[in-house]
Each structure stands twice: as C-alpha cells, then as structure tokens.
Ligand binder design. Structure first.
Ligand code: TYD
Length: 140
C-alpha cells in the first residue's frame, strides 16, 4: 500500500435551507481523524506555490471554503496526482508521508486546513530529495 492511494476527495454533508448553506466537518466522522488544529490560507497570489513538504505523522483535510486552488500530491516514487478544490463542501484527504504542493490560488481563495496534530516543525520534511530518500528506505 502506497500512501498516495489513501488520498481521496471527501464530500461533506450539507444542511442548507432557505437561509443559506451550512456545511459540516465533524472530526472522526466526516473527517477521518480527530481534529487537533485548524488553519487557513488566503491572500496567496496565483503564482505562489505553498506546502512543498511531507509530514511524518500529520493527516490533513483541505477545503477551499471560498475560491479555488490546486493540490499536487507526490509519492516520492514518480507518481503524482493533481486535484482541483473549488467547492466549499468538497475536501481532499491527505494522509501522512505524501508530498504536497498547493498552487493556482484564485484571488478569493480561502483554503481551510484541518490537521490531526498540533503544530510540530520537527515532523515536517521540507526537502524533496530527503523525502524521496525516506520513502525509498521505508520500502527496503
Ligand atoms: P508553512 O508550513 O510554510 O505553510 P504552507 O505549508 O502553507 O506553505 O508555514 C508558514 C509559517 O507558519 C511557518 O513559519 C510555520 C508557521 N505555522 C505554524 O506556526 N503553525 C501551523 O499550524 C502552520 C501550518 C504553520
């Protein structure tokens, strides 16, 4: 099993009515982990590339609650998939140990990020070559 095979889009439940829309993201049910951290990214120019890291332990769900962006996921073995995020009720699930890059942000993009851990810089792998080496070593 390659972790990139676990990447998937999530359709969040919507309880809209005549007053407007309401989307639910409940930890351990709609979101496949207990949510320990929430952050959001906005005001990134379209030519900016964010992320560019893998996480040893953290799982994420990313949702463009406004606007749109793209997420490229790499497995360090030559496989990559690009996902488009453009709906407030659609998220992407990212397991640990996949390389991710977020880019192509629309001007109105607000990218909501739900994480399974508290922030710990030591579990971020920010060098692609180092990440590839770790993937290779984990398969031996
Ligand atoms: P960074 O990981 O570079 O953001 P992105 O993955 O979107 O490119 O984080 C930018 C800065 O914010 C960096 O100094 C670390 C800090 N940060 C926290 O303190 N806590 C957090 O939960 C996150 C995601 C980042």
């Amino acid at each position: 099993m390659n972790n990139i095979d676990l990447v998937r889009m999530l359709e969040l439940p919507e309880r809209g009515d005549e007053r407007g829309n309401l989307v639910i993201a409940e930890g351990e049910t709609d979101i496949p982990f207990e949510i320990k951290r929430v952050f959001y990214i906005y005001g990134s120019d379209p030519d900016v590339v964010r992320g560019c890291h893998a996480n040893l332990h953290t799982e994420f769900v990313l949702i463009n609650v406004a606007g749109s962006s793209k997420v490229k996921v790499l497995d360090g073995e030559g496989n990559e998939i690009v996902y488009s995020l453009n709906r407030p009720k659609t998220g992407i699930y990212l397991p640990s140990m996949v390389w991710k890059e977020m880019y192509d942000f629309s001007e109105d993009s607000v990218l909501l990020c739900l994480a399974s851990t508290h922030y710990d810089e030591t579990e971020y792998v920010r060098d692609l070559e180092e990440y590839k080496k770790m993937v290779k070593e984990s398969k031996v």
